[in-house]
Every structure is written in C-alpha cells, then in structure tokens.
Design a protein around this ligand. Structure first.
Ligand code: C5J
Length: 230
C-alpha cells in the first residue's frame, strides 16, 4: 500500500503531517469555517478591524475542489457562520467593544449590520454557498462547538474525523480544531483551504497543529485529500 489511496474496505489513507491518516469517508465530515462576506469582502467585519480582506481569497478555489471531492463521496459537509442575534443579546460586551466605535459589531455597513445574522455580510460567499440540505451552524464565538448544536449533528451521524478548513487559520479554524480535539475528534486541516489576514500566523497555526506528534491534529492539503478519495 502506498502513502495515499484505498486502505481497506471503506478506508482511505490520506497523506498528511506528521504522518498519514486513515479515514472512513462515511464517518468523516468537512467543516467549512466562516467563509462569509463579512470576512472576505470589503466593508465587512474583517475590513473594519483593519485587515486586507483580499488575503483570504486564496482559500476559495482549494475549498471548492475539496467540497467537490467530499460531496462525490457523500461525505457530510457542514458550514459555519460567526455572528450575533439582531438584538445582540448573545454578543459579549468585551467582544463588541473592540475596534473603531462606529464600525463595531452591530453597526451599519455597506453589507448591512456588521456580523449580525440575517444581514447580507453575515452570509456565506456565493462561490461557496451551501448546497440544499447541508447544515449551516450559526455560532456566536470563534469555536464551532461553543453554544451550537454541532456536536449533536456529529454524534447523530457517527462522525469520528473532521476535515476543518476556512478562515481564519489562527482564530476560528484553530479554536474549532482545539475544541474538536478535546472532544475526541481527529482533525485534518488542509492548509491551502485555510487563510489568514496574517500569512505568518497562517504558517505558524498549521505548524502548531501538526507539531509534537500532531498535538491538535494532522495537516494536509486539498490535492492530497482529493487524490486519496479518488
Ligand atoms: C475572526 C474568524 N477572525 N472566523 N473570526 O474574528 O476567524
């Protein structure tokens, strides 16, 4: 058996660091973190914090390829969106009171109120819009498990492995991987399907995941995963 490809019935071996990992696609979910207009397009939350949002676009095409491969294998695909209720009752004061006062969470912007559910900016970018039937998890925090029903969905489907991608590498992707790792899920992070406003944080975030024998999980990429799926 080579470094990638079919392992035994139902199992696929994915090339990754720190070592290859065998997955059962039926027990693996792809979690696409926060590919929202608010983070990727001008005028949204990401830009109000002073970031160059164009840096996140590099993850779009690799995620598309990953999703095509995953969907072809009937794998569970879940999308997340960071944001808050219109009444902002779920938005901690400490989170809201950051950044330029006129551009904070809940303030009006060109894509509606910043980081508020139901507004245009809160939605997922058209390039990666969820297919009918794919769950969308609305999360108030950085991690996808905090104050959501994500774990219930994973338990109901018998999921034991997550492929976690999206933005940003060191914030919501990392927080979700850490939450998942502590809950016993094996996490594979395809590096080219993640992006950050800070390229050095992206690189370091990936290194942190796979260091120390894979202390938070495995790092791979869309090509190696799609090739292994076949
Ligand atoms: C941030 C996220 N960076 N989705 N959110 O605030 O990573």
């Amino acid at each position: 058996m080579g470094q990638t490809g079919q392992r035994e019935t139902g199992q696929v071996l994915i090339a990754a660091e720190p070592e290859p990992i065998a997955i059962d696609p039926a027990r693996t979910a792809v979690i696409v973190i926060d590919m929202q207009r608010d983070f990727l397009e001008p005028g949204g939350f990401g830009e109000t914090l002073g970031n160059d949002v164009s840096l996140l676009k590099r993850a779009i095409e690799p995620i598309k390829a990953l999703l095509t491969g995953a969907r072809a294998h009937g794998m569970l695909v879940i999308h997340t969106r960071e944001g808050h209720r219109p009444d902002m009752a779920d938005a901690p004061k400490a989170k809201v009171e950051r950044g330029e006062p006129s551009l904070r969470i809940g303030s009006p912007g060109p894509m509606g109120r910043i980081l508020i559910r139901g507004e245009a900016g809160h939605d997922i970018i058209p390039e990666l819009y969820p297919l009918t039937g794919e769950p969308v998890v609305d999360k108030p925090g950085k991690g996808a498990f905090y104050a959501t029903d994500l774990q219930t969905m994973l338990l109901n489907r018998g999921i034991d492995t997550l492929i976690v991608c999206g933005v940003t590498t060191e914030v919501c992707v990392h927080t979700t991987v850490r939450e998942a790792n502590d809950r016993g899920y094996r996490c594979i992070v395809p590096g080219d399907c993640c992006a950050s406003y800070f390229p050095e944080f992206h690189e370091m975030g990936l290194r942190m995941i796979k260091a120390q024998g894979g202390i938070f999980g495995w790092v791979s990429d869309s090509t190696r995963i799609v090739t292994a799926l076949g």
